[in-house]
Design a protein. Structure first.
Length: 143
């Protein structure tokens, strides 16, 4: 069961995502409803760590078995989507992959300049990717 709880008029989500760096750029998924892209990932399940969720999501969505991922940032986001308030906590991991990768149609690879120009959500992803900070970043977004 996903950790997604409706509290009063706000939905609380715990998510995990992986910024997958390829030789050509980073992998993003296109939102099926709105005109934006996001980092590959999904909700954490009950009794699952954020790292386990990240690895599971990448396997489910891209068929990739990944190891040695590194936690890069924890982002708390307060936003409205589809007329609902959200309070979301997302653990962002980073992972590098070599060689070619066949992606499903709804996925794209963008280099750093394209990431800046595209509608990537949350917008802070660009700053996380560009950051050379070796520690874990903790960021808050209130939109």
């Amino acid at each position: 069961m996903d950790i997604s709880v409706l509290l009063n008029d706000t939905k609380l989500n715990l998510r995990s995502a992986v910024m997958i760096k390829t030789e050509k750029g980073y992998i993003f998924e296109k939102d099926p409803i709105e005109d934006f892209y996001f980092v590959v990932g999904g909700r954490i399940k009950i009794n699952e760590t954020s790292e386990e969720a990240a690895k599971r999501e990448i396997f489910e969505e891209l068929g990739l078995t990944i190891e040695n991922i590194k936690l890069k940032a924890i982002v708390e986001s307060l936003f409205v989507y589809d007329n609902r308030k959200y309070h979301e906590i997302c653990f962002y991991y980073i992972y590098g992959i070599n060689g070619e990768i066949n992606l499903p149609e709804e996925y794209s690879i963008f280099n750093i300049d394209e990431i800046k120009a595209k509608n990537i959500q949350p917008k802070i992803i660009y700053d996380i990717i560009k950051s050379e900070d070796n520690g874990i970043m903790h960021l808050t977004i209130n939109e």
